[in-house]
Design a protein. Sequence first.
Length: 284
Amino acid sequence: MKEGHHHRKEKKFGMVIDLDKCTGCGACMVACMAENNVPFKQNETDKLDSITWMRVYKFDNGKKFPDTEVCFLPRPCMHCEGQSGHSGHSPCVSVCPATATDYDTDSGIVSQIYTRCFGCRYCMAACPYHARHFNWWDPVWPEGMEKALSPNVSPRMRGVVEKCSFCFHRYQLAMDEIYAKGHRDFDEKVPEYQTACTQACPTDAIVFGDLNNPNHEVNQIVKPDHNHRLTGKSGNPKVFRLLERLETNPKVYYLSSREWVRRAGDNYQGEETPENYKVKEVHH
């Protein structure tokens, strides 16, 4: 279809997380759970089957005091686009036999359709970021808490996989409001659609918007090259993505002025970096 036939421009929503600003407070984790009705157990001591769409990791440069430096890294779903020339073929989408997960070409978001999922967990095995979680139990909410659940997000049943959706229901609500006002698309300068973690971050470490829109801050930080729509690579030397060498083309970018942090993001094994970064999860 020719470009003139499209009623709106192609979008690619993503985020930039400034690791130099992140304090590891966990506000993004709490906001994500509250916004998306993420279930929890009465006993959360066993973290192997806990569900956390947004997970914060802590790692250091491997040096002894006083040269020790610590970094906190929030990790949502990367919403991978897939290798160049194969747009929409992210690792999880490519292996799902039930098409329970799909790539939305209008927004660039990797969706999860719970009613289609039958729990084979192929997507969990394919995801290199461990961003997907399997429901081992039916959610049981404390008495009265069901009244505080979000009506825009369906609670998931036992036996299905779930993950971060970039708060896709907020995208749908924003589009409904735009159409109700008689408009056809988002404002070119103000991104009306924001994720819960972005709004909850007390240090403004998370910036969310349309990576294809030069008026949005995420685009200005990433500074895409002329092939950005194909490769997704950044022209900002301080910006990187996790496991870049896998060419999954994620839409979550990280920003740091520290070289050892950027090298650790791609699991660099060179001689110039510590042999073993100490990484652990931060739970709140």
